[in-house]
Ligand binder design. Structure first.
Ligand code: AMP
Length: 413
């Protein structure tokens, strides 16, 4: 393990199927000396964008980056260019976002060979995400074998869900044999946002019940009681739940058999249909809420219907989680749509006055990137906007684990 007292920085890596996003965060002074992205990995026109420390500005270059190993090498080069290389004594650890931690990982975990093998065993339940995360981890370990590396799982925050919320009502033996249950995703965001919302209310997380609506291109809702997740809308995969940019969210599973039997579609066809050609894009051809709102302003009917379907589903989840929690202190909007779309926030709580949910039109219209209330002072339930910060949460969890466990304990359980 590192032991340098001035090792105050954490590099956060988010390795997706064709991109690597990264941020270098200084946990002492709160700065981010490097923020960047490698995208279109495997194509001729891969792109690296790096924003360096104050004064260093932004660099951008395009050229072929064949794989994740080359992408991480490019990240290391970008950092080294500003004197922030992976060999810097200030680097305390690398924190990796890992999408699926199954039931095994309910906390950030120091990566060892055994932990990596366990993450690999989860590939069948997360075939789209875990392989890229694993490649990112392998490459980073090869570049700095001596540096502590920590896996922070998207599913971890949801492992507190009670069995009755996590289980599907299907044959138990089949479910267990294939690890079929609801795991939930976006957990790092739900954890960060629910805690930050408690702070906004001047309370401890243990004292409040909140409904978090993470509305980005992917979207999920969670019910958080006293800081612990008790239900969330995504399931075995990130397909279940809310209407998303390109995913259907909840659907009668019989639709899939029907498409195979009647429309002659293959499994892969149905997979692509529900994950890539559904949601807002399937309904109206656009998945960007800004564009949908613009089209609605122009009187476009399919955009209007897409918006209504999106909001209707959202409202159903607010109602469901209100019932699950019994008492709600705040409904909190986050991520690209949640943070920026006043019309979505307004429409999602419209008509829920009896539940104590009201949005103040003026407060809701304010554009800001700080956590804020958009409900009037007297409202029984706060409606809040809290910008999410998954990188900060990953860095904090990584730093806490490395700081607290210099003897090298992993926390797989
Ligand atoms: P995310 O996945 O959190 O990055 O969110 C991306 C989505 O946020 C985009 O697809 C847009 O639908 C939405 N979005 C971003 N900016 C705005 C905005 N100013 N107004 C409405 N929606 C926005």
């Amino acid at each position: 393990m590192t032991g340098s007292a001035n090792a105050t920085r954490v590099l956060v890596l988010n390795s997706g199927s064709s991109s690597v996003k990264y941020q270098l965060l200084d946990m002492e002074d709160g700065t981010r000396p490097a923020v960047g992205l490698v995208e279109r990995i495997g194509e001729e026109t891969s792109r690296v964008v790096n924003t360096g420390p104050a004064g260093a500005g932004k660099r951008e270059r395009t050229g072929p980056i064949p794989d994740h190993a080359a992408a991480l090498k490019a990240v290391a080069d970008e950092l080294a260019h500003d004197g922030l290389g992976l060999d810097s004594p200030e680097l305390a650890a690398i924190g990796h976002r890992v999408v699926h931690g199954g039931l095994k990982f309910s906390a950030p975990t120091l990566i060892t060979d055994e932990v990596l093998a366990e993450i690999e065993r989860l590939v069948p339940v997360a075939p789209l995400h875990n392989p890229a995360n694993i490649t990112g981890i392998r490459t980073a370990r090869a570049l700095r074998p001596d540096l502590p590396q920590v896996a922070v799982f998207d599913t971890a925050f949801h492992t507190t869900m009670p069995e009755y919320a996590a289980r599907y009502a299907i044959d138990v033996e089949t479910a267990d044999a294939h690890r079929i249950r609801r795991y939930g995703f976006h957990g790092t965001s739900h954890a960060y946002v629910s805690r930050r919302a408690a702070e906004l209310l001047g309370k401890e997380p243990e004292e409040v019940n909140v409904i978090v609506l993470h509305l980005g291109n992917g979207a999920s809702a969670s019910a958080v009681r006293g800081g612990r997740c008790v239900d969330t809308s995504m399931g075995l995969t990130p397909l279940e739940g809310l209407v998303m940019g390109t995913r259907s969210g909840d659907i009668d599973p019989a639709v899939t058999f029907h498409l195979k039997r009647v429309a002659g579609m293959s499994e892969d066809d149905v997979d692509v249909l529900l994950n890539k050609r559904s949601g807002l894009v399937g309904l109206c051809g656009d998945n960007d809420m800004r564009e949908i709102r613009r089209r609605i302003e122009e009187g476009d009917e399919s955009a209007r219907l897409a918006f209504e379907i999106y909001v209707h589903r959202l409202k159903k989840y607010i109602g469901a989680y209100y019932a699950v929690l019994g008492r709600v202190d705040a409904v909190v909007f986050t991520a690209g749509v949640g943070e920026n779309s006043a019309p979505v926030r307004e429409a999602a709580v419209a008509g829920l006055e009896e539940l104590g949910l009201v949005v103040d039109a003026d407060l809701n219209a304010v554009r800001s990137d700080v956590p804020r209330l958009v409900s009037p002072d007297h409202a029984r339930v706060a409606v809040a906007v809290v910008p999410t910060d998954e990188e900060l949460e990953i860095a904090r969890q990584t730093f806490a684990l490395v700081g607290a466990g210099r003897e090298g304990r992993g926390r797989a359980e």
